[in-house]
Structure formats: structure tokens, C-alpha cells
Ligand binder design. Sequence first.
Ligand code: PGA
Length: 253
Amino acid sequence: MRKKVIFGNWKMNHTRNEALNFVLEMNEEIKNAKNHGILIGIAPTYMSLDIVAKKKTKSLLLAAQNVNEHESGAYTGEVSIAMLKEIKNLTHVIIGHSERRQYYNETSVKCNEKMMAMEKANLIPIYCVGETLQQFENDETKEIIKEQIHQGLLNLSSDFVTKMIIAYEPVWSIGTGKNASKEIAQDVCHFIRNEIAKLYGQKVANKVIIQYGGSVKPNNVKEYLTQPDIDGALVGGASLKASSFIELISNLY
Ligand code: PGA
């Protein structure tokens, strides 16, 4: 049985103080969720990782929103894997979020370089894939996802892939309130699992956690998580207020 895993992606929101207050407000619910077999994580900005790491309950998973693929050097404004490894209990990194693909020209090749480096350091990717509205309307979703999966996962070991999280996030549904229907989300998540099976075998594919992301809210989260190939959610807007994130989580019990 695959675990249910929900991650909140804060994007460029919350100061250190706000992050601290959020964590203190959430700690109790995180323990409740764990007792219900659901793992919860958050991805604050780099600036707040240390303070969240210090004050969070043990069960709350911690992710960075990005990392650079190089070990160190002249890459102004970037953060390395070794720097993230100094943050206690940081286990995950979001890779290839559509905002990074769109605004910072990150390609699946670049994502692959990052994940190759992460494999050596034992950091787990939350690898985001998804099509734009135009691609969706042109019926190109599966072609796009296929490229993102095959190129993104190139040369990663099956042990590493088994531990990964893949987040299917149709770009047209992020922050827009326009959800992909549960049928569409299930269909694409199933397709992703099949592509992984082609690359790594069914046994590995059966273990990979696949999330849906894009306008996931307290009132629709359950629809997604009851689909056979959807094991969790990557949540943006609804993870920003502790009250809304708590409501979203408790609606799954
Ligand atoms: P949203 O963002 O929940 O605000 O649509 C999701 C994401 O970008 O991961």
C-alpha cells in the first residue's frame, strides 16, 4: 500500500516569522494526520527552512522549492545541495515546478541534472510535470508528460525512482481555480505510472507516489485522493493559511 502524502508549496510567501507561527499552529494536526496514515510536508522559501526545521514536529516533512545542480561555484543567487543538507531533517526538494519551467527556463534536461545530483546526496525529488492550456487544448498532454518523464528520469537508479514523488500539475489549473476533473487527473496519473513501468518495471511503478496539484482545496481534496493512482496532493494557495491547510488535511479523515 502506498502512503498518502500532501505537500504545501508556499512559493514566494511568508516571512520567517510567519513561517514560524504557521508551524506552531500546525504541529498538532500533523500528528493527527500521521495517526490516520497521511504524511504532511511543507516547502517554505530557502530563508525559512532553518527556522521551520527547528520548530516543527518530527512528523512534518520538509522540502526546499529548488536546488542548483552544481556542487558549488560562480552561480550568483543559487543554493547548493550541500547547503540544503545542513538543514536538519530536510528530505525533499521540488524539482521542475511549472513556474520554474515557465519563468526560469528550466527544461526536463535541467531537472534531470538536478535529480542526478540529488541521488548522490540522498535527497528525494518531488518532480513536477504538466501541460500548458494550449497543449491541453491541442490534445498533447500525454506527449508532453511522456517527454517530461523520460527525459527527467533519465539514468536515475530504480532504487531512487522508487522513493520519488511525481506531481502531475496541469499548468492551466495552478492558481486559477480551474481544476482538472478527477477523471482527467486519474487518467494522467495512471499514464505516468505506466510510463515509469516501461522504464523501471511494474514493481517500481507501483511504489512511486504520484500527486495531483492545481487548485486543490479543502472541498475537493478527497475526490482526488480516492482515485486509484493519486496518492497525494501538491497544494499551493490552500496551504498558505494554517487554518485552510488544517481543514484540507482533516477533510481526508
Ligand atoms: P495551487 O498551486 O494549489 O495554488 O493551484 C499548486 C502548485 O503550484 O503546486
